[in-house]
Design a protein around this ligand. Structure first.
Ligand code: NAD
Length: 290
């Protein structure tokens, strides 16, 4: 397949490399000149999408996605498919799908879970929104870049699934960290706390797979001085997206709102910028109720 790939950052570069490895022809564009082995570099969006059957975008946010789509869509061949894998707001995902449909293209919003490690290993989870036909076109590529793809519904449904998932993740990471900080003050050994909670009703991905306490549980960013991993500012981005969606859909999400406030303070005032989102644990250790 001829594929255009736009946004070759931490996630996009390894995803594009996996498509090349699987035998696809990939042209890549990024505003910062990036070289990815096997990906033919081009100098603008139009060149990346010309003659592509599928165009994949992996960009920082919804505004950038809209700007790129406004150049990509008119240059794409009729019947081609636009697959956006970035994490963006639901409105932007729907607006881009609408633009694509009006130009006679198929469109899928397909944000991912699994991080940089999953992108490199080809084990991402894709959550997709779009028509059955659009999903069927993109699915063989999801199989290469990931291990699971769920067709969640129409345009925007993939982004909806992503922000709901990450709202739960933000809330459970905070709960796990504050529980460790409480355990410390109660002189409960962290390893014992892990042994109990990871096999009891308080278990979660944050505790079991990504434990925020160094030296406890499986290898995680906590064991690497909280180098990301999944950066606190990206967690904050996703919590802002879920709160924005909650406001526009009139949904009551008090835990998501509080998680957004706590990550805002952490990133903007408490040294969390550039650290993994699990560095919330030392943040709680430094604080007391007063
Ligand atoms: P990144 O910043 O490393 O990559 C984004 C790339 O887009 C950069 O290389 C940037 O130069 C490029 N770019 C910006 N504007 C552009 C434009 N107009 N045209 C072409 N290229 C442009 O970010 P990332 O970590 O690769 O994340 C990409 C997306 O995936 C984000 O939406 C993020 O929320 C999401 N995501 C990231 C992770 C993660 O662990 N990093 C996990 C899941 C989802």
């Amino acid at each position: 397949m001829n594929i255009g790939f736009i946004g070759l950052g931490n996630m996009g570069a390894p995803m594009a490399a996996n498509l090349v490895q699987a035998g696809h022809t990939v042209k890549g564009f990024d505003t910062v000149g990036v070289t990815v082995e096997g990906v033919a570099p081009v100098t603008d969006v139009t060149a990346a999408v010309k003659n592509a059957e599928v165009v994949i975008t992996m960009l920082p946010n919804g505004d950038i996605l809209r700007a790129v789509a406004s150049k990509a869509v008119p240059a794409m061949a009729k019947g081609a498919t636009l697959v956006d894998c970035s994490t963006v707001d639901v409105e932007s995902a729907r607006a881009v799908a609408d633009l694509a449909h009006k130009a006679g293209l198929l469109a899928v919003d397909a944000p991912v879970s699994g991080g940089i490690g999953g992108a490199a290993a080809g084990t991402l989870t894709f959550m997709a929104g779009g028509s059955v036909e659009a999903f069927a076109t993109a699915n063989p590529l999801f199989d290469i870049m990931g291990k699971k793809a769920v067709h969640c519904g129409g345009a925007g449904a993939g982004q909806a699934a992503k922000i709901c998932n990450n709202m739960i993740l933000g809330v459970t990471m905070i709960a796990t960290c504050e529980a460790f900080a409480l355990a410390d003050k109660l002189d409960l050994d962290r390893q014992k706390m892990f042994d109990v909670v990871s096999t009891s009703s308080g278990y979660s991905w944050s505790m079991n797979a990504y434990c925020p306490a160094p030296g406890v549980g499986p290898q995680s960013p906590a064991d690497n001085a909280y180098q990301p991993g999944f950066a606190a500012e990206l967690m904050l981005k996703d919590l802002r997206l879920s709160q924005r969606a909650a406001t526009s859909a009139d949904a009551d999400t008090p835990m998501g709102e509080l998680a957004q406030e706590i990550y805002t303070a952490f990133v903007e005032h408490e040294g969390g910028l550039g650290k993994d989102f699990s560095a919330m644990l030392p943040r709680f250790n430094h604080r007391s109720r007063a």
